[in-house]
Design a protein around this ligand. Structure first.
Ligand SMILES: Nc1ncnc2c1ncn2[C@@H]1O[C@H](COP(=O)(O)OP(=O)(O)OP(=O)(O)O)[C@@H](O)[C@H]1O
Ligand SMILES: O=P(O)(O)OC[C@H]1O[C@](O)(CO)[C@@H](O)[C@@H]1O
Ligand SMILES: [Mg+2]
Length: 528
């Protein structure tokens, strides 16, 4: 791929005024309010939860019967009188067959869909999709794409689909790839992206742009955006990346630039709040089956065989839980959300002995973030962090395997054969499967339509099956976690027959923990 020069002479549009005077285009029965207060606290939600990192106020619109729209920012919020243009899609032969192609500007997606007769209508997000009028002319757009954080199957598909979507739907051809994550904005050259040179990349794992963790200089990033004349920034990454996107958006807004900032949430762990599922997760669950199958074959072939498989999931055990449920060969699944213990009645060792006596072999799946307190107790651990400030984990798979071996060696009544498989990076590095590929296409298209419609400082994703534009703070303020008092975890316990490792008091306590603090946070997917 060619390298393009670092500077271009694209025009910059600056705000004439920075007042937030854009009237929301919703029904007149709706009213715009400041962020609702939580538990009597007088501070707006985003500024309190995100600490000093974000000064953005939520854009809340309230309607009848408890209807709340958590809206996303728009360029017109700080650049009044921007011209609009007819959406070029209306002349696109491929899309002309669609009966009602443009979404109604008032369409919103409900966060909570299980309701009772007297329930308030609750929180909604703006529906994603193409609008009749757009805020950019195709010739004017200079887009860029950056990938940050860890790898995830589907990164290349999202890149491909943004490039092809911009070009084929909107006739946009000036698209740059930023290399090596956030710092690449100012520390590296750019890559010119065209439908031709991204054509096959979805068949490859990783990201053709490269990625990184660790600190970046927001001012320098925005300088680079200005200098290169970029006016649409597509940022693909996890919670850390979306926090970075939020700060970049604020700086762009402060400078009054006509630049749309769009986050596309990525995490193989599926721990992003609000959205139904993150891309790459399906692929990871599917690929994990190969490791579990191998562990099962090994375990089955030896007397008292034990297969231990470690899967990714730093703070949440979704991959482990779904891979276990899908496999049916797993006898025990350990995740960060469900503390476990080794010794004594109801402990893991007792269960392993029982299972080996009953079945002659067993398979254990352990999420990498599980049992970290236990390991820290038994080893003198130091609190190490990576360049982005994420806690570096101790290897639970190795630790657990050794503990099991030591236990049975000490017991002397049973000889075990334990095989430990760590497929974590092999899973993360593969290309996305068919279903994730389609999902990545929808994410990319939603992102493009949102930017073209002038929305900014937002992220995209399906909420109850409908793609929506979600304020960045909703993605960064809480992580999605497996709720161990939920039916899905009960299904898992029932399928493996493993002990819950919980006392009645633990169960009561965890039920209290997930009680949503306010109506506003009462989302089906928010499990913080
Ligand atoms: N609070 C923050 N404010 C601004 N930038 C941040 C913040 N947290 C992380 N970042 C930046 O975002 C980028 C990616 O962050 P991080 O390494 O945490 O990965 P991530 O996006 O959370 O993805 P993963 O799912 O792999 O953890 C890094 O360049 C990091 O500096
Ligand atoms: O080795 P790295 O790049 O720090 O990434 C490991 C982490 O990244 C993740 O895959 C999230 O992207 C976690 O599951 C894992 O703990
Ligand atoms: Mg993260």
């Amino acid at each position: 791929m060619e390298s393009s020069p670092n500077h271009s002479a694209a025009p910059k549009v600056r705000a004439k005024s920075s007042t937030s005077d854009r009237l929301l285009d919703l029904r007149s029965s709706l009213s715009v309010v400041n962020a609702p207060l939580e538990n009597g606290d007088s501070k707006p939600r985003s500024s309190r939860k995100m600490g000093s990192e974000s000064k953005l106020s939520p854009k809340i619109v309230v309607g009848e019967a408890g209807y709340v729209l958590e809206d996303v920012p728009h360029l017109m919020d700080y650049i009044p009188d921007l011209p609009t243009y007819p959406n070029p899609l209306q002349d696109n032969p491929a899309y002309s067959v669609v009966k009602q192609y443009f979404v109604n500007k008032d369409d919103t997606v409900a966060q909570k869909i299980v309701v009772q007769k007297s329930s308030p209508r609750g929180t909604h997000f703006r529906r994603a999709g193409p609008r009749q009028r757009v805020y950019f002319e195709s010739d004017e757009v200079r887009a860029c794409i950056v990938t940050c954080g860890g790898l995830c199957p589907g990164l290349n598909t999202v890149i491909r689909e943004i490039v092809c979507g911009l070009c084929h739907m909107y006739g946009i051809t000036k698209i740059l790839g930023i290399e090596g994550g956030y710092r690449g904005f100012y520390a590296r050259n750019t890559i010119t992206l065209t439908p031709k040179n991204v054509n096959d990349i979805h068949k490859r794992g990783g990201t053709i742009l490269g990625t990184s963790r660790g600190g970046q200089d927001t001012s320098k990033i925005v300088d680079s955006i200005e200098d290169r004349g970029i006016n649409q920034v597509y940022i693909i990454g996890g919670d850390g990346t979306q926090k970075g996107a939020s700060v970049i958006f604020e700086e762009i807004q402060r400078r009054g630039l006509k630049v749309a900032v769009v986050g596309i949430p990525k995490t193989i762990d599926n721990d992003i709040a609000v959205i139904d599922k993150s891309f790459g997760f399906d692929t990871a669950v599917e690929e994990a089956q190969r490791a579990i199958n191998a562990a099962h074959v090994e375990a089955q072939s030896f007397e008292n065989g034990i297969g231990v498989v470690k899967l990714m999931g730093r703070y949440s055990g979704f991959i482990a839980m779904y891979a276990t449920l899908a496999s049916r060969d797993v006898d025990c699944c350990l995740i960060p959300e469900s503390p476990f213990y080794l010794e004594g009645e109801g402990g893991l060792f007792e269960y392993i002995e029982k299972r080996l006596k009953e079945n002659g072999h067993m398979v254990i799946v352990v999420a990498e973030g599980a049992g970290q307190e236990l390991i820290a107790e038994s080893m003198r651990s130091i609190d190490h962090k990576d360049a982005s400030g994420n806690k570096l984990l101790l290897d639970v798979g190795l630790w657990l395997s050794q503990k099991i071996k030591d236990h049975f060696a000490k017991l002397q009544k049973m000889t075990i054969n334990l095989k430990y498989i760590d497929p974590t990076y092999m899973i993360r590095a593969i290309p996305s499967n068919a279903s994730d590929n389609v999902y990545c296409t929808l994410l990319a298209h939603s992102a493009i339509h949102g930017a073209m419609a002038g929305y900014t400082g937002f992220t995209v994703g399906p909420v109850n099956g409908r793609h929506a534009y979600i304020p960045l703070y909703r993605i960064t303020e809480a992580q999605n976690k497996v709720v161990i008092t939920d039916r899905m975890w009960a299904r898992l316990l029932s399928s493996t027959n493993q002990p819950s490792f919980l006392s009645t008091k633990d169960i009561e306590d965890s039920k209290k923990e997930i009680e949503p603090p306010t109506q506003l946070l009462n989302g089906e997917n928010l499990k913080s």
